[in-house]
Structures are given as C-alpha cells and as structure tokens.
Design a binder for this molecule. Sequence first.
Ligand SMILES: Nc1ncnc2c1ncn2[C@@H]1O[C@H](COP(=O)(O)OP(=O)(O)OP(=O)(O)O)[C@@H](O)[C@H]1O
Length: 364
Amino acid sequence: MPQSPANPPRLKVEHLTRAFGGTPVVDDVSLDVAAGQVACLLGPSGCGKSTTLRMIAGVERPDRGRIAFDGQPVSDERLFQPPEARSVGLMFQDFALFPHLTVAQNVAFGLRSGRDERDRRVAELLERVNLVGYGTKHPHQLSGGEQQRVALARALAPRPRVMLMDEPFSGLDNRLRDGIRDTTLEILKEEGAAVLLVTHEPDEALRMADEILLMRAGRIVQRGSPYNIYNAPADRAAAAFFSDINVIRGTSRGALTRTPFGEFLTPGHADGAEVEIVIRPQHLKIDFDRNGRGPNPTPAEGTPARGRVVRARFLGRESLVEFVMDSDGSRLTASVPNVFLPKPGTALWLMIRRDRCFVFPARR
Ligand SMILES: Nc1ncnc2c1ncn2[C@@H]1O[C@H](COP(=O)(O)OP(=O)(O)OP(=O)(O)O)[C@@H](O)[C@H]1O
C-alpha cells in the first residue's frame, strides 16, 4: 500500500541516535516497516542492531529521534512510552518461556481478554504453530524447535502491531533452522504485524526479508530488496558481507581499467584512480586448457586468463577451486556447482561474468 500522511507506515523510525560513554552506537537510523512486511537489520556483531531494536521496544531510551506506530508517536523529544504501552511482540535468542507455566499458559500470558476469547486465541495459535495437543506440557518437555514455536505463539497472541525479533533462530540446530524460519515467516505474514528482525546472518536475511537494512558502525549503509542488496552492493564491504569475493585491482585511465581479463569500463573514476573490480566466486567461469590456448573472448565474458590450481575443496553443494594467475601471481577463487576437483598444478582458464562485476574505488 502506498504510504502518505493519511496512511502512515505501521512502524516509522526517524533519526534514532544513542551513545554509550560518548561513543555513538546507533547513529541517525531511520526506517519504515509496513504492516505485513518483514524488514531485517543485518550487520556484524556490535554494529548497533540490538540497541536499535531495544529502543523501538521501549527498553532503552534514545538520545534523539522519533518512533511512531501507525503515525502515533511512542517516543520523541517529550514522550517515552514503556514497552507495555507500545503493542510490541518480542522474541529473543533465548526464548525465555516461563518454566513453571504450561505451553497454553505461556501463550496466554500477555492476553487480557475474557477466558473464552483467550482460550480461542491460544487454540488458534497452537494450531498455527503446529502444536495441537501440547497445551498441557511444560517447556522442559519440548525440543528447542518446539519451544521456539511456543515463544512465537506467545509473542503473537496479543496481536502486536510491531513484532521485534533479535536473532530468534540462532539457538536452534542448523538442520532445523531453515524449516522453522519458513514456518515462522508464513505465520508472521498471516498475522500481518510489521516485523523487524535482527540478524548477523546474511542467509537468514536473504531468506526472510522483504527489505534488508544493512548496518555498519551504528549506521544503515544500504537498504533494499534481498535481490538488490546482493546484486548491487553499495561498497566492497557490503559485497563481502554476503559471500567470499575476488578483488582485482587496477588503475582507471580514460574510464577504462586494464586487467589480466582485458579492459573493464570504469566510468566515473578519475584518471589514475585505483579501482577494485569485485566478483563473487560463482561468477568466475572455468574452461579447459587447449594446448596453451583458452576459449575465444566473448563480449559478455571478455578475455580469458590462465591460472593454475592451488587447491580444490568439495563443500557439498559446490566445489571451491583456488587459482594462482599466470599473469601476475594473484589469487582467485571460483565456485563450481557439485563436484569439480582438479589436481593442484592443473592449468585452467578463467573468465569473468562482466555483468556480475562491481567496481569500487580502491581501499587505501
Ligand atoms: N548498556 C550498554 N552500555 C554500554 N555499552 C553498550 C550497552 N549496550 C550496548 N553497548 C555497546 O554498544 C555496541 C552495540 O551493541 P548492540 O548489542 O546494539 O550490537 P549488535 O549489532 O546487536 O551486536 P550483537 O549481534 O553482538 O548483539 C556494542 O559495542 C556494545 O558493547
């Protein structure tokens, strides 16, 4: 739904700022999340994600900035509503179920309605999280995944306008996690809350988010759909956050940069400026050596360059092959689906998917 003053986003955060001991930890963060939308705050440990979430929850006071739900301020220069007045659902890494309460009592905990309505809502949620028949059990009788689903049901029970989740899946077994993420996402979408999920795992953000907000040192450095963030990273660090990367350095002259893979267009970079051409391992293509010759250059893949295999590893879904390049001794890594394990020393040719390269100014 388009947003306007008459139709404000479910969650709106403007210029949120918080310092600890003089060090800014959250620095001018603004974001919007619509009802039914999942936004992921993604960034390395310590970048300020949890502090942002805690301010929106109302358990941490901002130094500056405004927070509004459906256009109604819950925190600004004058106002600071406590968490219980905000209609937020909270879910953290340790689910913190009440051990002495049953599953049904845990789910009913935040419900203020009459008994019939409460029982109806608990039954509805237990069915939705696939725990029919578990109502009388206690948390210690449940697996980690089941406990996580109870926590989700408990957080959603009062129909919060905004759902805040801080690394909610990180305590779970790796094999369970993808399934639980998908189920959780389905339920969140059905319930229609605005969801802000904090994670340091790019895979989780790519899987769950409608919008990713990439955070670094207290600031949001890029925002966009998973597709855009992955395929058009704002800088080298943003590219490197999602996968291993290869970096080919060169000097831009007349908007062209010469590399072992031919010339690359580098418009917008001054003459003599050092640039970095960044390419993910899966976008390097490998071809065989034909008596010292490689494949013919193509417009899309440019000039091939020869290298020798240093190491090849099988990682299950893919094989990673590391090369040292003949031309300048630089190291590059290519990823190949399935099994491809050439012996060290094998000469092979590499080509670069030019439409998948990113060009950035070189880091000093
Ligand atoms: N109450 C506090 N007092 C002092 N420093 C704090 C406080 N809370 C957080 N910090 C500091 O602020 C920085 C950001 O912490 P925050 O928990 O927001 O980061 P994060 O991105 O969520 O990291 P993680 O994923 O490790 O939880 C850290 O350096 C942390 O030590």
